[in-house]
Design a protein. Structure first.
Length: 661
């Protein structure tokens, strides 16, 4: 009965989404206040009924209701409760329902936390988000029903959740990733609403910017968790493989980063208005493209969900409608709202334009590398593979080109600046940067040119930001008073840019100085790697809640002193019989020690063992966390609070006038 109730709630949610699409949009066209005023209530109703449907599906998983097809295919009675819950989105149907729930949550959030928006604008924004919800709810109900029954013929037990997904990281990775993916629908909705109204002024950018920042921050965290999970769960010791599905989440992040900076220029100076709208459309279109790649069956990946071409066709048609309709509207409206404000070549606007160009080109290079094999296969030209050599060759230089401009940008003035002032401000940071680039790589021993370049760029960004920070606080009564005076948006920029520097440093240093070794070891053997001695002590059996495992025990020594004991496992899951590698990692601020078991070798208790020394690998994920924190910090800026206060005062005045009337 609970699955049927959830199915019924999902049908009601679709009906509400249709009403949310049509009624407020009709009201905006006819200037009917009553019709437009229905939009927030419909948005809340969409969230309530989608939430009910999601709770019903979760209940089916937790109660081991194997008469529900998706439960039977993705759960098992031996599965721990927390993995039964995460199994709700560990499959195509359930993850799509999570997508719709998060979309409904974003829609309700816009309805509740946007009192400053004129009713006309709010109704258009919510109507556009309702349209997106109609597409995904229809996709769920007509091609991917999560409540389909196996009646008759209910199995006695389920097939189990994919062992790769039985991990705490996967409990929070998809929701965070979807929060970012779906969150860009808000920027898209604002852009389309602004085009419909024919007004792309600074107010539109100010309304859209906090939502875009939050979505970008969530997507940053989601990608970071995916990288971390791949590192410790797959047993390969890698953190990024340029997998097509990894690229599917990375492309919206790159385009969203360009969108963030473009919105800042539009809000501050009224520039790049048409370009900003195009970026909003492009970013959300890439989110939809990622959905198509993951769920269409055109890709083979450990991340992919579905292999049904009918589902892929549905998303492809919806993607065509969204992109085609948006670009048509853009072509009709954008020329009338182009920017007419000038700026000099030496200005903050120019540097942010460079930022936009670099991130857009980076997005297009990743998009080309991801789609090229699919296109050639579709044209019957054979199977092609585009791997890390291509992506590293085109992507890394673009990021290296970007970082010098990132250091100059915050110090630059709007509209017009001068080389003389740049030289005065940046001379000391430049000298210190050169000293860091020359000396710090020597601490590792052999001088590595790529490590030196990474240190040079990261130091430049760090020192330039510190110089800008000093300029902002030096005239205050005290440094503390100066720091308190800084706006949250500035702190967000500072923290995010520092995080970017840390991430770049981690990527380059771990790529250049990592040491890997695949060897045969038996209990009692010893192996030295990067100055650490790994002693293979023994192999024992371990039993988990739904698996049995061979566990190797290692003691790690440095200079004759035991540092840590590591216990990698080779697991066999009871329900599916799948074999999985569970690596053991000793994590540190400056290095990781990584041990993974391969297969038994010979008949003398020997195993294939993989040993890794990963310097600075944690800096990548710490940098990503800092970038996300920076994105969240900007939302606390006082100008957004002023908008909300002004809106509340306006509503009180309108209520008072209504009472007097």
């Amino acid at each position: 009965m609970i699955p049927e109730f959830g199915h019924f709630a999902l049908i009601i949610a679709l009906c509400l989404a249709v009403l949310l699409t049509l009624v407020p949009l009709w009201g905006a066209w006819r200037r009917d206040i009553n019709a437009m005023a229905l939009a927030p209530g419909l948005a809340m109703g969409l969230l309530v009924f989608t939430g009910i449907s999601f709770v019903c599906l979760a209940a089916a998983f937790l109660q081991d209701d194997f008469s529900v097809e998706v439960v039977a295919n993705n759960s098992n009675s031996l599965l721990p409760a927390m993995y039964k819950f995460s199994a709700v989105w560990g499959n195509h149907e359930g993850s799509l329902l999570l997508w719709v729930l998060i979309l409904a949550g974003w829609t309700a959030a816009v309805a509740v936390f946007s009192p400053q928006l004129p009713l006309l604008m709010l109704s258009r924004v919510l109507s556009m988000m309702g349209f997106v919800a109609v597409g995904f709810l229809s996709f769920s109900l007509f091609t991917s029903n999560p409540f389909a029954r196996l009646l008759p013929g209910t199995p006695a037990d389920g097939q189990d959740l994919n062992p790769l997904l039985q991990d705490p990281g996967l409990i929070i990775h998809p929701p965070l990733l979807y929060m970012g993916y779906v969150g860009f629908s808000v920027a898209f909705a604002f852009a389309i609403a602004a085009l419909l109204g024919g007004r792309l002024d600074a107010a539109w950018a100010r309304w859209s910017r906090p939502w875009t920042n939050v979505a970008w921050a969530f997507l940053t965290l989601g990608i970071m968790l995916g990288s971390w999970w791949a590192y410790y769960e797959l047993g390969w010791g890698g953190w990024w493989f340029w997998d097509p599905v990894e690229n599917a989440s990375f492309m919206p992040w790159l385009a969203g980063t360009a969108l963030l900076h473009s919105l800042a220029v539009t809000e501050k100076r009224g520039l790049f208005k048409s370009w900003t709208v195009l970026l909003a459309i492009f970013t959300f279109s890439l989110s939809l493209l990622g959905t198509f790649l993951v769920r269409s069956g055109v890709l083979t990946s450990v991340h992919a969900f579905a292999t049904d071409p009918a589902r892929g066709l549905f998303i492809l048609v919806f993607l065509g409608i969204v992109v085609g309709g948006s670009l048509t509207l853009y072509a009709l409206r954008a020329p009338a709202v182009s920017s007419r404000v000038g700026f000099g070549w030496l200005s903050r606007e120019s540097l942010l334009l460079v930022n936009n160009v670099v991130f857009t080109v980076a997005t297009l290079t990743v998009l080309f590398g991801t789609l090229f094999p699919l296109l050639m296969d579709a044209l019957g030209q054979g199977k092609y593979s585009v791997g890390p050599p291509y992506f590293n060759a085109v992507f890394v230089p673009l990021m290296a080109l970007l970082m010098p401009f990132m250091g100059v940008g915050p110090l630059s003035r709007w509209k017009q600046d001068s080389v003389r002032r740049w030289r005065r401000e940046l001379l000391v940071p430049a000298i210190a940067t050169l000293a860091c680039g020359v000396t710090l790589p020597l601490l590792h021993g052999d001088y590595n040119i790529w490590a030196a370049l990474a240190i040079l760029l990261a130091a430049w960004l760090l020192l330039a930001l510190l110089r800008d920070l000093w300029n902002r606080v030096k005239n205050a009564s005290s440094p503390v008073a100066g720091l308190r005076r800084l706006a949250p948006s500035y702190w967000g920029m500072l923290v995010a840019h520092l995080g970017f520097a840390a991430a770049v440093l981690g990527v380059v240093l771990t790529s250049q100085f990592a040491i890997e070794r695949d060897i045969k070891m038996s209990p009692g053997d010893r192996e030295t790697l990067a100055g650490y001695e790994f002693r293979f002590l023994e192999v024992g059996g371990v039993r988990g809640p739904n698996y049995v495992a061979d566990e190797a025990r290692f003691a790690v020594y440095r200079d004759g002193r035991e540092l840590v004991r590591l216990a990698p496992q080779k697991r066999r899951y009871l329900a599916s019989g799948d074999i999985m590698t569970e690596a053991a990692i000793d994590a540190g601020f400056f290095r990781d020690l990584f041990v993974a078991m391969g297969e038994p070798v010979g008949e003398e208790g020997a195993w294939a063992i993989r040993l890794h020394y990963k310097p600075f690998v944690r800096w990548m994920w710490a940098g990503a966390v800092l970038m996300a924190i920076g994105g969240f910090l900007t939302v606390a800026d006082r100008r957004y609070r002023r908008q909300r206060r002004a809106a509340r005062e306006r509503l009180r005045e309108e209520a008072a006038h209504g009472a007097q009337a």
